[in-house]
Structures are given as C-alpha cells and as structure tokens.
Design a protein around this ligand. Sequence first.
Ligand code: GRF
Length: 222
Amino acid sequence: MNAVKKISVLISGRGSNLAALLDAIDAGRIQGRMVRVLSQRADAVGLQHAEKRGIPTTVIDVKAYPTRDAFDAALGDAIAADAPDLIVLAGFMRVLGAAIVQRFAGCMINIHPALLPSYPGLHTHKRALADGVKWHGCTVHFVTPEVDVGPIIGQSAVPVLPDDDEATLAARVLDAEHHLLEDAVRWFCADRLRVDGCTVTLRPAAAPPPLFCQNPCQHSQG
Ligand code: GRF
C-alpha cells in the first residue's frame, strides 16, 4: 500500500479546481491529504474552500517582495515547510522562475486550459474560437522552467460548438479540467506516473493483495 501523499495547492482566484480536488479527497477517490493552500493574492476567493475545511492557507503577497526571485524564494520556503509530495498549480496565475521550478522538479504539476502545445499562455478560449478549431480542451503537465511546456500527464478534449462564445467554451473546458486534474492527482498519489524525458507513462494500477489463497491444493503437496 502506498503512503498517503501530502498535497499543496497554489491558486490565484475562484478555486473551482481546488474545490474539485477537495471533493475527490473527501470522497476517498484520491489517496492524498491536502496540507496547505497557498496564493499570491489575499483576495483569492478560492482560499475559502480550504478555510471551510480547516486546511491551512498561506498568502505570500506578491507586493511585499521587491523582486521576482525574492517572491519565488519566499513562496518556495512556504511550500517546503510542509514537505509536500505533490504541488498542484490549480489556476495559479503567476509565472514561476527557474529556481523554484527546479527546487520542486518532478513533484509540481499544472492545469492549463488548452490542448498543449496549442495555445500556451493566456486567453486560450478566445484564441481557439478565433482560429475556428473544432476541438479544444485542457492539459495537466509537470512544470518545467519553460511556461506550459512540461511533460504531459493527461489531456481532455471537448468539442467547440457552432454557437459557442468565450464563456460557454470556458465552462465546458472547466468541467473537463475538474475531472482531468482529479485523475492526474490520483495517478500521482498512487505512484502510477513514470516520466521518461518528455513522455509520461501511466503504469497499471497495483493489483490488490489476494483476499484468500487461490489454489489451496498446492499447500498440501509435498
Ligand atoms: C482554470 O481554467 C485554469 O486552467 C486556469 O485558470 C482557471 C482557474 O479556475 N489557469 P479555478 O480558479 O480553478 O476555478
């Protein structure tokens, strides 16, 4: 049996992905424990999802630090204090520098609202509509120093419908995000992800231990 993984989540706003993860943990679908939710904004309403459940929250106010490196170092120390196994960027709208990314290499993942490598960066739904693509979606990937580029853990595609506007498309993608992020965190916590260069492989789930001996006759054979 794997040990229960400690999870920290970074958010910047509404926190619906965070709420979906908390629901999945509460329902026993993820073998993990959320140890802290962090934000660079004190007014991130998503922090309330954690507070309601008694999960510690920390705000590292970006305005209190003179440089990007100083902010990243403070954020990194605040994360490391809990020694989490997994750090989830769930709508964390700030680019992290190479030092903090390397500090948590292999245990920091991000959800991005597009099918990478299409549409890295911001305004993904607007850009997808402008291009007339027929499929859009979301990606969960390991975080590397280059933004929205790391090894892809999973993707979920949704159709772009003829009457879609930015809001309807964003809502369809967001629903897919909640399911995909839950899957990715569950796989990480079950030690099912193997990273080989740019490629992430999902290993089979461990077989449950047998409840009883399947061939008792063998025991009586001399
Ligand atoms: C999500 O679409 C996420 O992919 C993007 O920002 C949005 C955050 O939503 N980076 P929420 O805060 O999880 O509701």
